[in-house]
Design a protein around this ligand. Structure first.
Ligand code: GLU
Length: 436
């Protein structure tokens, strides 16, 4: 039987445990989620029929603070996936030193098949079902795959109706007009860009050393909220973004794509492939239509999986030809693929560091909601950069010290912080008299 996603995720933990001294209590507690809620959400459809959707919310660990994590609307959503995503959130918040534990939620559906009014009823119905499981001091949801600020706004509104008081801090990633933070919608991609720039300076030397070298080539899988933003920032910074894709497939041109026009066409047509095929740019650029699998296997300097989990597994890891991989999606590489990529000399920068910009600005949004004082975009981005680069440099140093992968180093950093918080509440040693 194939490993569950959570078992696979836990293997990263086992690897890191050999480099960090934490109590056996902590290691044991981090193997399973604190609480998992499964709900049914009845929704009246536009044609009068009733459909019942399955939804989940999982709290993985709350030792370091209220649990935090997004809500995903996707046909593949299931309990195992949501538990793994909640596990990653726990380690992400700890690695970035945000005062949160980890959670995740999801509803199994294809939101593209619902009308906007149906989507609103579903979003409000989901909050009705989980209202006692979330709260500004207990568990704070946010957007994830196929959810967006408008959905967060409906959800915050529904929670406020149930509680009979305005509760902006119960959910982050809201529209700015409803208490959302400036910079939240671009935060995951922007944070990933800051990490990438800091790490490339280690790998290649400072930008001044690179002045006369050819631009680094990049392939980005996924052109959603995270992938399109990081592609644009890399394009603006002079990288050659040679391939991008969405769930329908991708486009490739060795000279580099014009990312701003792809963003524009994607916004208009909702398909990346349509960009060069239907649009006026079609005649100007010689491009190739490729599959998502082909994109992953391109010979590029930097590969950025920014779509879903398990894209690189033992089945295709051997075919990967990038030099560096920055995981902007959650869990795009399976644990057994780690070893294969490592043996090929490919350096992987892990999800719990690279994509932490989203939850970092979510933290800023929660702070702003609670203080009632709102920050400028410059302030948000400057704090985001500081948080991301500090975490990346700390993890880079841990990797150098232990001669280990960046992934293991990120888990070492997270475990150190989680272990300290758990141990401060008492361990076996405190109770059997091994400590004074
Ligand atoms: N869904 C995002 C993630 O996976 C953001 C979570 C949040 O902002 O709480 O990190």
């Amino acid at each position: 039987m194939a490993n569950s996603l959570l078992t696979d995720a836990s293997r990263r933990l086992d690897r890191a445990l050999q480099y960090v001294s934490i109590s056996e209590d902590t290691a044991e507690r981090l193997k399973s989620p604190k609480a998992s809620l499964k709900v049914s959400i009845p929704v009246r459809m536009d044609d009068g029929s009733l459909r019942v959707f399955e939804g989940y919310r999982v709290h993985f660990d709350d030792t370091r603070g209220p649990t935090k994590g997004g809500i995903r609307f996707h046909p593949q959503v299931n309990l195992d996936e949501v538990q793994s995503l909640a596990f990653w959130m726990t380690f992400k918040c700890a690695a970035l030193n945000l005062p949160f534990g980890g959670a995740k939620g999801g509803v199994t559906l294809n939101p593209k098949e619902l009308s906007k009014a149906e989507l609103e009823r579903l979003s409000r119905g989901y909050i009705d079902a989980i209202a006692n499981f979330i709260g500004p001091d207990t568990d704070i949801p946010a957007p994830d795959v196929y959810t967006n600020p408008m959905i967060m706004g409906w959800m915050m509104d529904q929670y406020s109706i149930i509680r009979q008081q305005r509760s902006p801090a119960v959910i982050t990633g809201k529209p700015v007009a409803l208490g959302g933070s400036l910079g939240r919608s671009t935060a995951t991609g922007t944070g990933a860009f800051y990490v990438l720039e800091a790490m490339m300076a280690h790998l290649l030397g400072q930008p001044s050393d690179q002045a006369n070298k050819p631009a680094q080539t990049v392939a980005v899988q996924g052109f959603g909220n995270a992938g399109s933003v990081v592609a644009r920032l890399l394009f603006d910074a002079g990288y050659a973004v040679v391939a991008v894709s969405d769930s329908h497939g991708g486009i490739y041109t060795p000279q580099g794509l014009d990312i701003p026009s792809i963003q524009q066409f994607k916004a208009d047509t909702r398909a990346v492939q349509a960009v060069y095929c239907d649009g006026t740019v079609c005649s100007l650029v010689d491009h190739k239509v490729i599959t998502n699998e082909e994109l992953l296997q391109l010979e590029v300097d930097i590969l950025i999986p920014a779509a879903l989990e398990n894209q690189i597994t033992a089945a295709n890891a051997d075919a990967i030809r990038a030099r560096y991989i920055f995981e902007v999606a959650n869990g795009p590489i399976s644990a057994d693929a780690d070893d294969i990529l490592d043996a090929k000399g490919i350096t992987v920068f892990p999800d719990i560091l690279v994509n932490a910009g989203g939850v970092t600005v979510s933290y800023f949004e929660w702070v702003q909601n609670r203080s009632g004082l709102y920050w400028t975009l410059e302030e948000v981005n400057q704090r985001l950069k500081q948080q991301m680069v500090t975490a990346a440099e700390t993890i880079w140093q841990i990797a150098q010290t232990h001669q280990t992968s960046m992934r293991t180093a990120a888990y070492v950093q997270a475990l150190t912080s989680l272990g300290a918080a758990m141990d401060a509440r008492g361990t076996r040693a405190d109770y059997v008299g091994e400590k004074g």
